[in-house]
Design a binder for this molecule. Structure first.
Ligand code: C2O
Ligand code: CU
Ligand code: CU
Length: 463
């Protein structure tokens, strides 16, 4: 090779390499606007088919609420009367479910409130619960997994008097940042997603998972840190993956909230496990790092792989005056509650719960309105190719507290109110929930989305 050619080749390789490394900024889903009418906040959502670019090399046909992928963040206050006008501009039916929200059965947005292609639906309810980080997504039987995978998911933040009085980082998009974590599989040319919702994959590996890791719809973005203390509301919106998240330098951060409430006290740790559907709120103090150290958000997957979600650029932050107080909340003490009824749920064999598969015409559990129940949930003991088969459990309508895991009190980060809980293989998890305010039919299910779609779900009726 001549000298000139050689230099050119090196230049070419260099630019190629650079383009591979050019990271995109972390996109922040916009807050959903609303209008006020007779004391109600009116929001509009439109589920549509679109095209989305995940990186300079990855694009796909996607679905999005009001945009081309994912959806805007909904932010409301406890006590608000809200109304959602939902439009389905897609060519197939869907629903919109408010995951973790305590709402009347007919407003829940599950398979019993379908929105046909081209149709509309309106949900009206009052926010009757404390601050937390929730989300919304489709819940149409047999279509949930694929529609979420293609992009239908958004964050739903509730604030209350307590959460706003604490001085926590809470400027949305500045020092209060949603992180929607997902994994995707792309075809060879990177111009579309591939999807496998087969029963074989669901049974062997827990469902669809991919090798491309994205945050807020973008591959390996970089977040430019603005606040010395920054709060991240992290959602595992994957179909079936367990993310044991940590910072690349293994340094610690504070967990301030679980799925559905602030914890009583912040918990200092250096890792947290999120199963599909679960959320956590963490606060990272960026002043502990030297400016140019690389810092990334990473995760260990259940097969032991270590993956990178995103990077933090810490060259330009300032103290915004926020803090993490020692006391955040007062949760009820589950051990003191009077239990009206105990029941057992066995997760497992052939994607069934208590041996049965989803039947829309059958009520699996009847609950008396006002009762406090203890659910004793047993994990699976099946061994699959990917290791033990595992599940989690999500209950609509209520938020619950974990009383024990294998007879022991849960770790402090699991002590707040939750709506989704990981059920490790061969374990026994006890949950306490109060079924109040509303009557009607709701569902409980494994939140591994292909498991759910394949029938790992039951109906409970509060009456
Ligand atoms: Cu996140 Cu029944 O759903
Ligand atoms: Cu839900
Ligand atoms: Cu499952």
């Amino acid at each position: 090779m001549t000298k000139a050619k050689c230099v050119l080749t090196i230049l070419f390789i260099k630019t190629l390499h650079l383009s591979l490394l050019t990271a995109e900024d972390l996109p922040i889903p916009p807050l959903l606007d609303y209008t006020r009418q007779r004391g109600q906040k009116i929001f509009e959502l439109d589920a549509k088919e679109a095209q989305h670019r995940f990186s300079s090399k990855h694009k796909a046909q996607t679905l999005g609420y009001n945009g081309d992928y994912l959806g805007p963040t909904i932010k409301v206050q406890a006590g608000d009367a809200v109304s959602f006008k939902v439009k389905n501009s897609m060519s197939e039916p869907t629903t919109v479910h408010w995951h973790g929200l305590h709402v009347p059965a007919e407003m829940d947005g599950n398979m019993f409130q379908p929105i046909r292609a081209g149709g509309q639906w309106q949900a009206n309810y009052t926010i009757k619960q404390e601050a937390g980080s929730f989300w919304y997504h489709p819940h149409k039987m047999g279509k949930t997994a694929k529609q979420v995978y293609q992009g239908l998911a958004g964050m739903y933040i509730i604030e209350d008097k307590n959460s706003m009085s604490l001085g926590l980082p809470s400027q949305y998009g500045v020092d209060d940042i949603p992180l929607v974590l997902q994994d995707k599989a792309f075809n060879r040319s990177g111009n579309n997603l591939t999807y496998d919702g087969s029963i074989q994959t669901a049974m062997m590996y827990g469902g669809m998972s991919g090798n491309t890791f994205i945050v807020n719809g973008v591959l390996q973005p970089t977040f430019k840190v603005q606040g010395k203390l920054t709060r991240f509301r992290v959602l595992n919106a994957s179909n079936s993956s367990l993310y044991q998240i940590y910072l690349s330098d293994k340094s610690s951060f504070q967990i301030i909230a679980g799925d559905a409430s602030l914890l009583d006290k912040p918990v200092r740790t250096n890792t947290i496990l999120l199963s599909p559907g679960e959320r956590t709120e963490i606060v990272i103090d960026f002043s502990r790092f030297k400016k140019n150290d690389k810092l990334q958000l990473r995760a260990t997957l259940k097969d032991g792989r270590e993956i990178t979600f995103m990077s933090f650029d810490r060259n330009n932050y300032k103290d915004m005056g926020s803090k993490v107080p020692r006391k955040l909340n007062t949760a009820s003490n589950v051990n003191k509650l009077k239990i009206d009824k105990q029941r057992r749920l066995k997760m497992g064999h052939h994607l069934r719960i208590n041996g049965s598969t989803f039947d829309p015409g059958k009520i699996n559990i009847k609950i008396k309105e006002g009762d406090t129940e203890e659910w004793i949930v047993q994990g699976s003991n099946m061994v699959m190719r990917g290791g033990f088969s595992f599940h989690n459990l999500h209950i609509h309508d209520v938020t619950f507290q974990i009383k024990s895991i294998n007879g022991k009190r849960p770790k402090p980060e699991l002590s707040g109110f939750k709506d989704t809980v990981f059920i490790p293989p061969r374990s026994e998890v006890r949950l306490i929930a109060k079924f109040k305010d509303y009557k009607g039919k709701y569902v409980y299910h494994c939140h591994l989305l292909e498991h759910e779609d394949l029938g790992m779900m039951g109906i409970f009726e509060v009456g």
